[in-house]
Ligand binder design. Structure first.
Ligand code: UDP
Length: 485
């Protein structure tokens, strides 16, 4: 293989959805920058995105590559182009998609046998990889892609089932055996936790595989959530390494602008627009890579933004069947009235580039963990609008523990299409996070965390050291393994 003998070789196997692949690509880059050989496993759909993301590190001499696997889509009855979660439109298709992914086991085993990596880092949604790694004598690390707060909080709810002891869906309960007196209601839990579904079984498998694997890598930094980091390792007994924020491995404009999909706006046009604005005067609104809203909700957001009188960048998922400017959710003459005030990006935004600009003073987010951490890293306070997944947990971390955001007031977990929020609430939240004493206070706190985040990934910082400790353990594992054979 021509690899220096002391160099560790790591396989990175993400789940095929952008909120999972983006941080995994960053992680592969980070490990390569620390001297490892990084191999990303991709599906044909993701291959171009992966190759584009690693082109620059490769040019800089880092040892990073992509291997493409073949998804057996036909075998499970899916069309050939349904090779990403975002393309699986129905629940049935999602189920088929998960079955196809689990059928990658043999390909993975053959690859591990052939290339003999020292470690497999794979997504939580690939629980079957624990067994394959064990069979091949390779340590598997799990990547959840969320905060320690959420991983530990969801585990406490799963173990102690407080939601089964309340009388109705809206009655609050305390997360048991969990620091900070955090309350949730049944309505804010995922459907598969509220009642037994097929996914409940799969989720149990995910959690069991986590217990028996080598450990967990977390895209967070210790100083952000020390009580929950400790809780996760000492109370729940998981070995974990905090190595984030991973997005900080993207140093220049090009790196920041080219994460995930092709941006729907030229990065220089976007920056020029932001350069023309005063510091902290723009609100950024984006709901991640999956969530979407119906026309009525988009209309409420549009009206609320205009009424707030604040400047904004608003990312809206493009509906290819509707001509630009003719979308039914846009009030009459909206874009011409908002010409210098608001920028609507239809499709994909260069999010990290936008958040890092000094003109951005607030972020309305669906509370996907990547988005929250990117905002923290940029020192931007939040308006929380959780929708699904573990987002209601992340909201609590932001609003109650870190106190760097205000909630917009949604109460109900909904798969993909959010709970409805009226324009008045949008207007009020946007004003509150951008202007006034409370906004200043939240901004001050977020900026302090941003400093800590940067310190954590610098040489000698907590995340830098945790990654160093992990690499050292993997070297020892390799030595032990070599002695055995
Ligand atoms: N993202 C982006 N542009 C967009 C939408 C999302 O760059 O228009 C990125 C964002 O920076 C983050 C990821 O996509 O890294 C979304 O992950 P998150 O955990 O926030 O939410 P998810 O998409 O998983 O719901």
């Amino acid at each position: 293989m021509g690899r220096e003998s002391h160099q560790l070789h790591i396989f990175f196997f993400p789940f095929m959805a952008l909120g999972h692949t983006i941080p995994m690509i960053d992680m592969a880059k980070l490990f390569a920058m620390r001297g490892c050989k990084s191999t990303l496993l991709a599906t044909p759909h993701d291959e171009p995105t992966f190759l584009k993301s690693i082109a620059k590190p490769q040019d800089s001499g880092f040892d990073i590559d992509v291997i493409t696997l073949t998804l057996p889509l036909k075998d499970v009855g899916l069309p050939e182009d349904c090779d990403n979660l975002s393309k699986a439109a129905t629940m049935e298709m999602r189920k088929q998609f998960m079955t196809a992914i689990a059928m990658l086991d043999q390909q993975l085993e053959l690859l591990i046998e052939k290339l003999a990596p020292d470690c497999l880092i794979s997504d939580m949604f690939l629980p079957w990889t624990t067994e394959i790694a064990a069979k091949c004598g390779v340590p598997r690390l799990v990547f959840h892609g969320t905060s320690a707060f959420s991983v530990a909080g969801t585990e406490c709810v799963r173990l102690y089932e407080p939601h089964k002891k309340v009388l109705c869906d809206s009655e609050p309960f305390l997360i048991p055996n969990f620091p900070g007196e955090i309350t949730l209601s049944r309505m804010q839990l995922p459907d598969f936790v509220r009642e037994e579904t097929e996914f409940t079984k799969f989720y149990t498998e995910v959690k069991e595989s986590e217990k028996s694997c080598f450990g967990v890598v977390i895209n967070s930094f210790y100083e952000l959530e020390p009580a929950y980091a400790e809780h996760y390792s000492t109370i729940l007994g998981r070995r974990s390494w905090f190595i984030g924020p991973l997005s900080l491995c993207n140093k220049d404009i090009e790196d920041k602008a080219h994460r995930g999909n092709q941006a729907s706006i030229d990065q220089h046009d976007c920056l020029n627009w932001l350069h023309s604005k005063q510091p902290n005067s723009v609100i950024y609104i984006c709901f991640g890579s999956m969530a979407n809203f119906n026309a009525a909700q988009l209309h409420e957001i549009a009206v609320g933004l205009e009424a707030s009188g604040q400047q904004f960048i608003w990312v809206v998922k493009k509906d290819p069947s509707v001509e630009e400017g003719k979308e039914e959710w846009l009030p009459d003459g909206y874009e011409s009235r908002m010409r210098n005030k608001g920028l609507i990006i239809r499709g994909w935004a260069p999010q990290v580039l936008i958040l890092d600009h000094e003109a951005v003073g607030g972020f309305v987010t669906h509370c996907g963990w990547n988005s929250i951490l990117e905002a923290v890293t940029a020192g931007v306070p939040l308006v929380t609008w959780p929708i699904a997944a573990e987002q209601f947990y992340n909201e609590k971390l932001v609003t109650q523990v870190l106190k760097i955001g205000i909630d917009i007031g949604v109460k109900r977990w909904v798969r993909l299409f959010g709970d409805s929020v009226k324009s008045e609430r949008v207007e009020e939240a946007v004003k509150r996070v951008l202007v006034g004493e409370e906004a200043e206070e939240m901004r001050r706190r977020t900026k302090a965390l941003a400093e800590m985040a940067r310190g954590a990934v610098e040489e000698g910082g907590s995340s830098w050291s945790d990654l160093g400790a992990l690499l050292q353990e993997l070297r020892l594992q390799r030595l032990a393994h070599c002695k055995k054979i």
